[in-house]
Write a protein that binds this ligand. Structure first.
Ligand SMILES: O=C(O)c1cc(=O)[nH]c(=O)n1[C@@H]1O[C@H](COP(=O)(O)O)[C@@H](O)[C@H]1O
Length: 290
């Protein structure tokens, strides 16, 4: 096990692990979202056996190719405990193949419960242990402290929702706080403060589907940007939305359905990752400050 995702973290913060794998594989997070429609499109039954076959093809095709892999846990949870067992195998397989695994669980709760979520997703004792997890700050950024502390101690990361890709998020996320900043900007600023030690422990999620109105320049952590492909955003949109507002070295565009549509042959999934990544790099290379 020598990949970025393998084994227990060994110092240098998430920043070092992230830079290593993105430097090698390029800026792309490939999502594993086994929608029923995709299982059918791949000629698989919508059962846990179908889910397992789908996930195995993803591990083989995406695991050695994508820098970051983001299994959306909801699609595994619909199959109950058998689905979670497939998720465990998927996480382990992708990490063994050298990818960083970002579990898309969108957790967030009061401290004591958050501590249990933290153990589930960010602790080696758990069979679901990943390299990072998505989190919702709706109970307050401070409520995420247990996850951030564990991530910092083990060179992992927590990706906090700031400005999501769906239209419904705007009203809440662009509302002004008592300090005059938008709610989304206050999340970004809290994440930047958590990253002051250079660890890149706190990532943020900012959708690629529209202008975000954020200043991400001081974040010093990864910016997961979902919305490419199936939700309508393009690689060119990324350049427009992020070129003047973020350090593009931290930009991590994400796509699920548009990559998975290339399956079920693992080599075709790998080719879809490479094509999407090349498109992103071409679009970002002009304004890239790296
Ligand atoms: O946290 C996320 O990953 C996320 C945040 C967001 O703002 N929008 C968003 O679409 N996502 C996730 O990103 C994935 C998008 O999938 P596609 O639309 O198929 O590329 C889904 O798993 C969503 O749950």
């Amino acid at each position: 096990m020598t990949g970025a995702g393998s084994g227990t973290a060994a110092g240098g913060g998430f920043a070092a692990r992230y830079r290593a794998v993105v430097g090698e594989r390029g800026r792309l997070c490939a999502g594993i979202d086994p929608h029923a429609a995709l299982l059918e499109q791949w000629g698989l039954p919508v059962t846990v056996d179908g889910l397992r076959e789908f996930a195995q093809a993803c591990v083989t095709g995406l695991g050695p190719t994508a820098a970051v892999i983001k299994p959306q846990v909801a699609f595994f949870e619909v199959f109950g405990s058998a689905g979670l067992a497939v998720l465990e195998e998927t996480i382990a397989g992708c990490r063994e193949a050298g990818a960083l695994v970002l579990a898309d669980a969108k957790r967030g709760d009061i401290g004591s419960t958050m501590a249990a979520y933290t153990t589930a997703w960010l602790d080696d004792v758990s069979p679901l242990c990943s390299d990072a997890v998505t989190a919702s700050p709706y109970l307050g950024f401070g409520a995420l402290d247990p996850a951030l502390a564990q991530a910092r101690a083990t060179d992992r990361a927590v990706f906090v929702l700031a400005r999501t890709s769906n239209p419904d998020g705007a009203r809440l996320q662009t509302a002004r706080t008592d300090q005059g900043r938008s709610v989304a900007q206050s999340i970004v600023d809290a994440a930047a403060a958590a990253n002051a030690d250079g660890s890149a422990t706190a990532g943020v999620v900012v959708g690629a589907t529209r202008e975000h109105g954020l200043d991400l320049s001081e974040l010093s952590g990864p910016i997961l940007s979902p919305g490419l492909g199936a939700q309508g955003a393009t690689a060119q949109d990324l350049a427009v939305i992020f070129a003047d507002t973020a350090d593009l070295r931290w930009l991590l565009p994400a796509a699920s359905r548009s990559i998975l549509a290339a399956g079920p042959v693992p080599a075709a999934l790998a080719a879809a990752v490479e094509a999407t990544r090349d498109e992103i790099e071409t679009a970002l290379i002009g304004p890239n400050r790296s």
